[in-house]
Design a protein around this ligand. Structure first.
Ligand SMILES: Nc1ncnc2c1ncn2[C@@H]1O[C@H](COP(=O)(O)OP(=O)(O)O)[C@@H](O)[C@H]1O
Ligand SMILES: [Mg+2]
Length: 232
């Protein structure tokens, strides 16, 4: 799907060393607009590090990362923070919601941090929660929500600023199979309406259902790629 789209994410020979450890050891990768790509590989092979590079949460030791036309090495810390808020949506295995804010405020905050007025942010947050089947959870706090509900709130938050790319790091890893499937379906829906998506998962079934391409990673290197075109 959408293989002719513009390039949204480009990594060129990205290395990230932590002391002696090469978490990424020369990764090049391109993701086009509307593509959904899964990164798979054993624990410790560099998947989260790869996502963190694209999100601008961490910087490469060498190589370049370009997202939505911006070369991240050219941004200072303030620029990188702005980039992250405006262009990146991220969901994590353990949700990373703020427990002292309601579901609605968790979602709205993402837009308020980019300067959107509170009333406008809350209106859009409510609309997103409604679309994700969570309207009746809006005023509740994360600690009273189920894992699946928390993850869907996290997806709403990630979508608030219409990110150029949605990064998902093992988003079903902490969920029971039913909740996992709901989140999986949500990611598939997002892909089908054109959201560019990069998914890290151990779950072959999740990958096959949601994405058009799988990138295999081992020891910080891309060891293979396969297309799942037509299955998603
Ligand atoms: N902040 C860090 N400091 C030191 N080592 C790290 C750090 N982050 C990741 N690593 C190491 O880099 C390698 C890749 O980690 P990671 O990207 O988390 O792998 P994965 O997500 O595939 O499990 C591992 O060996 C890990 O221990
Ligand atoms: Mg990881």
């Amino acid at each position: 799907m959408a293989t002719g789209g513009e390039i949204v994410v480009r990594l060129d020979e990205v290395r990230r060393h932590y002391g002696e450890t090469a978490a990424l050891d020369g990764v090049s990768l391109e993701i086009r607009a509307g593509e959904a790509v899964a990164v798979m590989g054993p624990s410790g092979c560099g998947k989260s590090t790869l996502l963190n590079m694209i999100a601008g949460l961490d910087r490469p030791t060498s190589g370049t990362v370009t997202v939505h036309g911006e070369e991240l090495s050219e941004l200072d810390e303030t620029g990188l923070a702005l980039f992250r808020r405006r262009r990146i949506g991220m969901i994590f295995q353990f949700f990373n919601l703020l427990d002292d804010l309601s579901a609605l405020d968790n979602v709205a905050l993402a837009a308020q941090l980019t300067g959107t007025p509170a009333t406008h942010a809350r209106r859009r947050a409510l609309q997103l929660l409604d679309e994700l089947g969570l309207a009746d959870r809006a005023t509740m706090y994360p600690t009273v929500l189920s894992g699946g509900e928390r993850q869907r709130v996290a997806v709403a938050r990630a979508l608030m600023n219409r990110p150029a790319v949605l990064l998902a790091d093992e988003p079903t890893g902490a969920l029971d199979s039913h909740s996992g499937e709901q989140v999986m379906d949500l990611l598939l829906d997002l892909h089908q309406i054109g959201q560019t998506l990069l998914l890290v998962t151990h779950d072959e079934r999740l990958a096959e259902r949601c994405v058009g391409r799988v990138v295999e990673l081992a020891d910080g290197r891309v060891t293979g790629e396969r297309s799942l075109e037509g299955t998603a």
